[in-house]
Design a binder for this molecule. Structure first.
Ligand SMILES: [Zn+2]
Length: 405
């Protein structure tokens, strides 16, 4: 059955200005027949269901290209050792549902959950965004994904995969691809939340990163996402030909040139940069690193935005609360991005990074009908998208998953 959503303002995700008095027509295969002015819409076939959107705004379903569904901000490093895995599975399912209801119809998990969640979603066993996974994060001994405790116990074997030479990095990538990874995640620098290293420390070497990029390319051209915060590691990653730099807090002007020349995406995870810091709720090393990097990160990301480096939306949800993903849009705007470009970062640009843009990421005829309907004017107040109660309707493949209309 065809459904015609009418009396809407259309923001199509391509960066084009909004269309007033727009119509979105979806066929019974969940494909878009028309997204544009009512005046040019095809005549509705007999039996069409009509939904009046009352002048509300319709946008593509959003993407979050960087989440960790296995984590929450409250959960410490050692929680995984004592948690009940059955209960954890249901907790992840609940996070998926909440994320979908927050307006995110596609997520990429960059470490910590197995590919079985993707299968469960595809089979309709649970409700959530369509999912891409990295399975685990590859880093060197003592690197960002090495969660070994002082006594030698690995606190997060589901999260980290260790590789210390180019050959080991290649084998680690093969293991992840065997486990069903859609993207290979590697660490080119240390990080904020890891006990053994610093954002300016280097992670895998350029040679090791090249081995991973080469291996991923040999498996149906899989993308490589790189955790990279300090400048030296970012340079190693971009020179190795990775698909996206995650965080990128140390992006210099020269690194913007390099990223632009290579077509490297930046996923700036500003939600973690703007997150309020509470020294009582985090380890001392984490608080110290975050405080030192906050100002630098904002300055560098604002510069990368101004330079036009391709940006896709990602939050690091898990490090920050789940289901508030679209707050990231207001942080991008706060650092100088035009609201339409911020929306594009969360839709069409993100779909390009995830290599789904042939069917997702914008509301255009022939694409899959993943869309949201929101209360208020998000171009006037981008922050309203960050509050799930304003996301009135969420649809995937034309199927309505949430409806507060
Ligand atoms: Zn992350």
């Amino acid at each position: 059955m065809t459904t015609r959503y009418q009396n809407a303002v259309l923001v199509d995700g391509t960066g084009a200005p909004p269309v007033a008095d727009a119509v979105l027509v979806v066929d019974d295969d969940g494909l878009i027949i028309h997204a544009g002015p009512a005046a040019t819409a095809p005549p509705p076939p007999p039996g069409t269901t009509t939904v009046d959107l009352g002048g509300r705004t319709v946008l593509p379903g959003f993407f979050d290209c960087h989440v960790h569904l296995c984590m929450t901000p409250e959960r410490g490093l050692i929680a995984g050792l004592t948690a009940d895995p059955t209960v954890e599975t249901f907790e992840v399912a609940e996070r998926l549902r909440a994320t979908l209801h927050a307006g995110v119809t596609t997520v990429r998990d960059l470490g910590g959950v197995p590919a079985g969640y993707r299968t469960a979603l595809e089979r309709g066993l649970i409700e959530g965004p369509r999912l891409q996974v990295a399975v685990k994060v590859i880093s060197h001994t003592g690197g960002h994904a090495d969660c070994s405790l002082p006594g030698g116990v690995d606190a997060a074997p589901h999260l980290g995969e260790i590789a210390d030479t180019a050959d080991e990095a290649r084998i680690a990538a093969r293991r992840m691809l065997r486990a069903g990874a859609d993207v290979v995640k590697v660490c080119a620098t240390g990080g904020m939340g890891s006990p053994h290293d610093d954002p300016d420390d280097e992670g895998l070497t350029c040679e090791e990163l090249r081995a991973v990029v080469d291996e991923a390319a040999r498996h149906r051209a899989k993308p490589v996402a790189v955790h990279a915060q300090g400048a030296v590691g970012i340079r190693n990653a971009v020179q190795a030909g990775v698909t996206s730099v995650e965080h990128g807090y140390g992006m210099t002007d020269e690194l913007c040139d390099l990223a632009l020349a290579q077509g490297t995406f930046l996923v700036p995870t500003l939600s973690t940069v703007f997150a309020p810091l509470d020294p009582a709720k985090m380890p001392e090393y984490h608080y110290r690193k975050k405080t030192r990097w906050s100002g630098i990160s904002k300055e560098n990301i604002a510069h990368a935005i101004a330079r036009g480096v391709p940006i896709a939306l990602g939050t690091d949800a898990g490090v920050v609360p789940h289901a508030r993903n679209l707050l990231e849009l207001s942080y991008l705007v706060e650092l100088g991005m035009d609201p339409l470009d911020a929306i594009k970062a969360g839709t069409l640009n993100a779909a390009r990074l995830l290599r789904l843009d042939d069917r997702l990421g914008s509301l255009e005829a022939g694409k899959t009908a993943d869309f949201v309907v929101v209360d208020g004017d998000p171009l006037h107040d981008i922050a309203l998208l960050g509050r799930p109660e304003n996301i009135l309707l969420v649809a995937q493949w034309g199927n309505v998953r949430k409806n507060l209309l």
